[in-house]
Design a protein around this ligand. Structure first.
Ligand code: NDP
Length: 253
């Protein structure tokens, strides 16, 4: 119950799906902190659902100014930051992933900006505010290991996240800041609604379930529990590595 007691966390993209599941799990373990997102309506709703101890800070993670503001405001509100979850990412608005023949240079750049560049600068902008001894969790994806149709750019960006966690862990060793990647497999979140039309949603989810050895999609709470482990001192000896939470899809399917 108290694995994160007195810890202050920032969870980017905490107003939806996996990010909200992580925020709930952190709250259940005694943490307080900030969730972020661009959509003020879902941000308000999520903060209300979390109850006391969490604030919502609006911001676009591809904007350096917004990132600066997120950490400055969290620090002003809570006085410190112990845990950073770099979760915002996934599908670029109005630009579903697709095969190479359909991808424009702008589309390529926007996917890389959202899923790789923003992760790097989220960590960089947090550093002046992050406590020594902090835990940084980068949300990767099983897509880094297992190809799926039309997802090459996203997969490449998420594969680079794993390297980022290694390199940043080394860079931040002197401050005892651990950086790890937590890579979800197929998790039931609103992202599927951004990828496929409503009429095909159940069919697409079933296609994922068919390749997940334990026979079901994960829930945001499954990722939340793994994030609690990486955020807490239980994982103090785990540095610069990746934990896959994918129902066995990467390694045994
Ligand atoms: P959702 O679409 O439910 O959530 C995405 C979150 O990211 C939202 O909170 C959204 O908030 C935020 N976000 C998106 N773009 C931006 C932006 N430019 N600036 C700030 N925030 C942004 O997806 P999931 O919960 O499924 O995905 C969360 C993470 O998990 C992503 O990194 C994704 O790649 C990863 N993942 C998901 C898997 C899955 O099966 N669901 C599998 C593997 C990895 P807002 O729109 O308000 O800005």
């Amino acid at each position: 119950m108290d694995k994160l007691k007195n810890k202050v966390a920032v969870i980017t993209g905490g107003n939806s799906g996996i990010g909200f599941g992580i925020a709930e799990a952190f709250k259940n373990e005694g943490a307080t902190g900030a969730i972020t997102g661009r959509n003020q309506t879902t941000l308000n709703r999520s903060v209300q659902a979390l109850g006391n101890g969490f604030v919502g800070i609006q911001g676009d993670v591809t904007s350096q100014d917004d990132l600066e503001n997120i950490f400055q405001k969290t620090s002003e509100t809570f006085g410190k930051i112990d845990v950073l979850v770099v979760n915002a990412g996934g599908v670029v608005d109005g630009m579903p992933m697709g095969p190479i023949s359909d991808v424009t240079e702008e589309g390529y750049d926007r996917y890389m900006d959202l899923n790789l560049k923003s992760a790097y600068f989220t960590v960089q902008k947090s550093l002046p505010y992050l406590n020594d001894g902090a835990s940084v969790i980068l949300i990767g994806s099983s897509a880094a290991h297992r190809a799926a149709p039309g997802m090459a750019i996203y997969s490449a960006a998420k594969a680079a996240i794993i390297s980022l966690a290694k390199g940043l862990s080394l860079d931040l060793l002197a401050r005892n800041i651990r950086v790890n990647t937590l890579s979800p497999g197929s998790i039931d979140t609103p992202v599927f609604g951004k990828l496929v039309p409503e009429a095909r949603l159940e069919q697409v989810k079933q296609a994922w379930i068919d390749i997940i050895p334990i026979g079901k999609q994960g829930l945001p709470s499954d990722i939340g529990k793994a994030a609690v482990f990486l955020a807490s001192t239980d994982s103090a000896f785990i540095v610069g590595t990746e934990i896959l939470a994918d129902g066995g899809m990467t390694n045994i399917s």
